[in-house]
Design a protein around this ligand. Structure first.
Ligand SMILES: [Zn+2]
Length: 408
């Protein structure tokens, strides 16, 4: 690794959430290729595929990233490109390294996709990734915020999915304060989008705002699910509107009949219990999500994805809870949060062993798989987890039916 990364490592703590990082696999993704046969056919890998129909397996949470160097239209905030903002610069470097494109100047967009191809080829035929576009932040007056963290156009996500239909599906990202939000949604639906993705803390939409109503009505009419981050969000710098990530703020969408997928099951952070008034006490975001999951009226509407729930800063205790709640499994969707499984210090396999969710013998195998194929690592890890003798059901991974469900 180039030496400047040594200095940047000092900024890593800030860039990587400030909450305990693990160096058990070093700082940087080694980005190996060609998984050795002894790993590909390892008993742990075989067991992971047991009972899974790969053709039904869509990774329901994956990020389409790049730098815009292919003419994709991707725009990254200037702070992430400048050494004057070391934490942001390091964050960008971690993402590029996680996607194994740090050595591809001028060819990042394309290399990012090629690396995913290689990783998916290491899974089984039929597996696809649902790639997320990422809209700009908008102000309440409907104008774009020049401080947007990141912009990944819907059109690019559509083009990538169209060019590689055996690997990708796509999710649009449309800010509901845009004057043209309904037209943009109709365009996305007509162009094969499977969902809409929001990250309120960075994009600046309040899911509880009446401003979202016409967008929710259109989502319900088009039968497109909304995948929305909830709980604390650290992945992308943004407008620090963390309160917008309160899962209770999604009640407005649910009341309008929108299918909502709460990303990460809101498994990090704390939010105000708005059910007890605007000044209600502070509660774990996950507990607020759990309360909503247990409300019968949301049975066919509210879902959660388990993306990133195996990360070090989320692993306790929400992960054990969702494994144990078998009654929730039909409403859980697996996603990898790619490229985050490639950000080495934010996962600790050893910690999952120490809290009893993983057998010690699995740890070295999983770590080695991770150095070659972070998607296979994420899948086998989740399939291997046990809590109180329970495991994630195969259907958690067979998400295709959820996205192909038609209205009615
Ligand atoms: Zn994500």
């Amino acid at each position: 690794m180039p030496s400047r990364r040594g200095f940047l490592a000092a900024a890593a703590g800030g860039a990587l959430s400030g909450c305990g990082i693990s160096l058990e696999q070093g700082l940087w993704n080694p980005c190996r290729s060609q998984l050795p046969q002894r790993l590909a056919s390892h008993a742990l890998v075989q067991a992971a595929w047991q009972g899974i129909d790969a053709r039904q397996m869509w990774d329901a949470h994956a990020h389409l990233l790049g730098t815009g160097d292919s003419g994709s239209g991707i725009v990254i905030h200037s702070a992430m490109q400048s050494l004057l903002s070391p934490a942001q610069f390091a964050r960008r470097l971690f993402f590029l390294n996680a996607g194994c494109v740090h050595e591809a100047p001028g060819n990042v967009d394309r290399s990012y996709l090629e690396r995913i191809h290689n990783l998916v080829d290491g899974l089984r035929p039929g597996v696809k990734l649902l790639l997320f576009a990422f809209d700009r932040a908008y102000r309440e007056d409907g104008r774009p915020d020049p401080e947007s963290a990141l912009y990944v156009p819907d059109r690019y996500a559509r083009d990538v999915a169209r060019a590689h239909p055996d690997y990708f599906e796509w999710a649009a990202s449309i800010h509901p304060y845009r004057a043209d939000c309904v037209e943009a949604l109709e365009w996305a639906a007509a162009n094969g989008a499977r969902a809409v993705k929001w990250l309120p803390a960075a994009m600046g939409m309040d899911p509880a705002s009446p401003r979202c109503e016409r967008f929710y009505a259109a989502l319900a009419r088009l039968s497109l699910p909304l995948i929305c981050h909830a709980g604390e969000e650290r992945a992308v710098l943004g407008r620090d509107a963390q309160a917008f990530g309160n899962p209770l703020r999604l009640r407005r969408a649910l009341s309008q009949g929108v299918r909502v997928v709460v990303a990460h099951c809101a498994s990090m952070g704390q939010d105000r219990d708005l059910d007890r008034g605007p000044e209600g006490p502070v509660a774990e975001s996950f507990e607020l999500f759990a309360r909503m999951m247990d409300e019968p009226r949301y049975a066919g509407l509210l879902f959660g994805d388990i993306a990133a729930m195996t990360q070090k800063n989320r692993a306790v205790p929400a992960l054990a809870r969702v494994i144990g709640r078998e009654d929730w499994h039909p409403r859980l969707l697996n996603g990898s949060d790619y490229p985050l499984p490639g950000v080495m210090p934010i996962f600790s396999v050893d910690e999952l062993v120490s809290i009893g969710l993983l057998q010690a013998a699995a740890a070295p195998v999983l770590k080695e798989i991770r150095s070659y194929n972070v998607l296979l690592f994420d899948f086998v890890l989740k399939r291997t987890l046990r809590s109180g003798g329970k495991a994630f059901a195969p259907r958690v991974f067979e998400t295709r039916g959820f996205f192909e469900r038609l209205k009615g």
